[in-house]
Design a protein. Structure first.
Length: 157
């Protein structure tokens, strides 16, 4: 967990998203959570590996995001919270309409890039991504390797 200059405390990052998708635009959304889920997220027990967001009608939902049960949760032990349940994301209507047009029209995907805390609220950063082909992935790996070699060469001088 790290904090950036705006005071946002990172909880989780989806590093695989930048490998699988070309991120065209980023958006911020709130997330509807239950009390024990927030406490679990504060402990850093969240996984975004296979997560994605989808528009269902006029609502935005987060799927396949795993939030482990809170370790000290004692209430409602008869009805445990499903760690993989879909969770509603909160955005302004104008932003949702803009997203809806871009996702449906161009066949783009909404990928959660990171989850962070901002002023006590849990936020999700969504990326509007276009899936990379295998050769695109290879090109990005080559570019990264070349950049590393250049850095080493400059460092050795």
């Amino acid at each position: 967990m790290s904090a950036d200059s705006a005071g946002h405390k990172d909880i989780a990052r989806n590093r695989q998203a930048f490998h699988l998708y070309e991120i065209l635009d980023k958006f911020e959304a709130g997330i509807v959570l239950l009390g024990p889920e927030v406490k679990s997220i504060r402990e850093g027990r969240l996984q975004l590996k296979d997560a994605y967001a989808s528009l269902d009608g006029d609502e935005l939902w987060l799927h396949q995001c795993h939030i482990s049960p809170y370790s000290h949760h004692t209430h409602n032990t008869l009805t445990p919270i499903d760690p993989m349940r879909k969770r509603k994301l909160l955005m302004h209507r104008k932003e949702l309409d803009k997203l809806k047009g871009r996702v449906e029209g161009k066949g783009l995907t909404l990928v959660p890039l990171r989850v962070y805390m901002s002023r006590g609220k849990v936020k999700v950063e969504l990326g509007l991504g276009k899936g990379k082909k295998l050769y695109d992935k290879r090109e990005s790996i080559k570019a990264r390797e070349i950049a590393r070699e250049q850095e080493r060469a400059l460092k050795d001088r």
